[in-house]
Design a protein around this ligand. Structure first.
Ligand SMILES: [Zn+2]
Length: 93
């Protein structure tokens, strides 16, 4: 997963740079982390779909299916707690 490795390097470099400048912007780190977590969730989802172990339990408020055990929506990156809702009967999907 080259994209993920690249992002991890970016995150490390950014953190170090902020430390050196004595200007730590937590918001930037949080943004980068959220992006990385979304990438990881997406990879996990694809793996699960490929090996047939995917268990879709609900849908995110953005409409994307959420996998069992997923902590973040792979599509929009929202944390699953609070974002998930049970799929209403008759709803497509
Ligand atoms: Zn979502």
């Amino acid at each position: 997963m080259e994209f993920r490795e690249e992002r991890l390097r970016d995150l490390g470099g950014l953190t170090l740079e902020m430390y050196k400048r004595d200007r730590f912007e937590a918001r930037l780190v949080v943004e980068r982390c959220a992006e990385l977590v979304a990438v990881e969730a997406r990879v996990h989802e694809i793996d699960a779909l490929l090996d047939g172990s995917a268990e879709v339990r609900a849908a995110c408020v953005c409409g994307a299916p959420l996998l069992l055990g997923a902590r973040f929506c792979a599509t929009c990156g929202r944390p699953v707690d609070g974002a998930a809702r049970p799929q209403a009967p008759g709803e497509p999907g």
